[in-house]
Design a protein around this ligand. Sequence first.
Ligand SMILES: Cc1cc2nc3c(=O)[nH]c(=O)nc-3n(C[C@H](O)[C@H](O)[C@H](O)COP(=O)(O)OP(=O)(O)OC[C@H]3O[C@@H](n4cnc5c(N)ncnc54)[C@H](O)[C@@H]3O)c2cc1C
Length: 363
Amino acid sequence: MLLDRRTFAAGSAALLSGCATVGGRPRTFAGCTPLAPVSVDESRVIRTVAGLRPYRASGFVVRREPLGDKALVHNYGHGGGGITLSWGSSKLATELGLQGHNGPVAVIGAGVMGLSTARLVQEAGFPVTIYTAALPPDTTSNIAGGQFHPFAVFREGQVTPEFMTQFRRAVDYSWRRFQIMAGDDYGVRWLPTYVETDTPEAQVIANFPPVNRLLTAAEHPFPWASALRYDTIYVETGRYLRQMIRDVQIAGGKIEVRSFASPANLAGLAETLIFNCTGLGSRDLFGDQELHPIRGQLAILEPQPEIRYAALGEFGYMFPRGDGILLGGTFERDVFDATPQPADIARIVASHKRFFEGFRCTA
Ligand SMILES: Cc1cc2nc3c(=O)[nH]c(=O)nc-3n(C[C@H](O)[C@H](O)[C@H](O)COP(=O)(O)OP(=O)(O)OC[C@H]3O[C@@H](n4cnc5c(N)ncnc54)[C@H](O)[C@@H]3O)c2cc1C
């Protein structure tokens, strides 16, 4: 089943959208605030990607347990919000692991969770080695759109109060950490986000998202019955993960490409503290059958630097980045094949083309 990002998150029916095109040309309305439209065409697609979100209905796992004479701390299962939660979830994990620990530390996995965990371990003064089956750019984290928003992280009614405390603490720490990384070096920037909805975003924590208000028709160009604007941070994941690897290495961290088939393999490591940051890999490695893939597919268009806003609605979602304009997306449960499907990509491109050609006025 294909679901758009907001429908998945809200579990609500698709919203109605209006169209203001006449003979294929955008009409200009009085009292319409213009924005530059994305130029959508099959010929502008520069690459297509698909990735598997590591989703658990009861939320991510940050837990400490013994592994023989070692300590094992899990940090996996962040669904569609792993970039968002990375710093905060890793902070919770390192708090559980590092207390009372002496000596070198092992981190399994080099996605966003493994790299943030490794950095926090180093910041606390411990030597670290990352053991990983694959490195960026070959991780799910590289596929992510990179919006700071905890979408599709758990299912309402299936989480414990204890998890919700962890979740809010993770969002809070991450939110503060990403703010101080804004800039070209990490590929982190603020953008206004426009959403096709008549409901403001739920406040996950007190200061997120800032600017969260319904707009009048005069305040936007979109062909929507109602529109919301909120502001948030966007991460250009390729650039970000590259920089995170450099940070780990500059601080003396080692990286070893190595795959583990079972917890018994981990017991052979020299380190006595191990962080498990294997994402969807934890399904096989630790037999966590609650962990399910949700496939997401993206069509990426040639960059358009004048696009300085993101948009989400019934048409899908558009995040503009330096490495291309991302058009999403799909939420396909229990699909294990991370290969873009031409028919789905064609549908994503077509719905975005209709949307951007329907602007009521343009800059
Ligand atoms: C299309 C799409 C869009 C997304 N958009 C967003 C977004 O806008 N915002 C957001 O916050 N999140 C988003 N996400 C979600 C986000 O990508 C994930 O939650 C996040 O990347 C998970 O990170 P991770 O480090 O846990 O896993 P991964 O990136 O999968 O890293 C896991 C690491 O563990 C290693 N590994 C696995 N198994 C083993 C093993 N047995 N032995 C050794 N190493 C192993 C892997 O090689 C890899 O290095 C999106 C995801 C997709 C697919």
